[in-house]
Design a protein around this ligand. Structure first.
Ligand SMILES: [Zn+2]
Ligand SMILES: [Zn+2]
Length: 143
């Protein structure tokens, strides 16, 4: 577990403090993240060690099991998390200056990546099916 990092949204209304599970940046190429962020979603994987404060926090339920928090004033993406409160949080790594030196971790939903970009680094990759198999064993969800 790394040290606590502090950041904020573009307008400063939302303050975020996290202690990531590791000092690496995971990447999601899924179509929802790409639409949400205008690119792949770069995130710090965190358990419950996430504090988010500010009165412009808005929650969007993006699927049956997950929700996305963003700033209703400036639009900054803050976190993707499981909606059941089980403590699976993927916080926008770009909020934190200190994360600029973190290497890339795993790239997920690699099968939904668009062909017009690629990262230069070699990393672990997972398809959407592999991610669902990891997080929802026995289920056969599809989006
Ligand atoms: Zn904001
Ligand atoms: Zn995604």
């Amino acid at each position: 577990m790394g040290e606590q990092l502090k950041g904020q949204c573009l307008c400063g209304s939302i303050k975020v403090a996290v202690t990531p599970n590791s000092e690496s940046v995971d990447v999601c190429h899924c179509s929802v993240c790409r639409k949400w962020t205008a690119g792949p979603y770069l995130a710090l994987s965190c358990s419950d060690n996430v504090e988010i404060t500010g009165d412009t926090i808005t929650t969007f339920r993006s699927s049956e099991w997950a929700e996305r928090l963003f700033c209703s004033r400036c639009g900054t993406s803050i976190v993707w998390r499981l909606a059941d409160g089980s403590g699976e949080n993927h916080v926008n790594s770009e909020l934190f200056n200190e994360a600029s030196g973190f290497p890339l971790g795993t790239q997920v939903f690699i099968d939904e990546k668009r062909d017009n970009y690629d990262f230069g680094q070699q990393t672990n990759t997972m398809t959407g099916a592999e991610v669902f198999a990891l997080f929802a064993p026995g289920e056969n969800s599809n989006d």
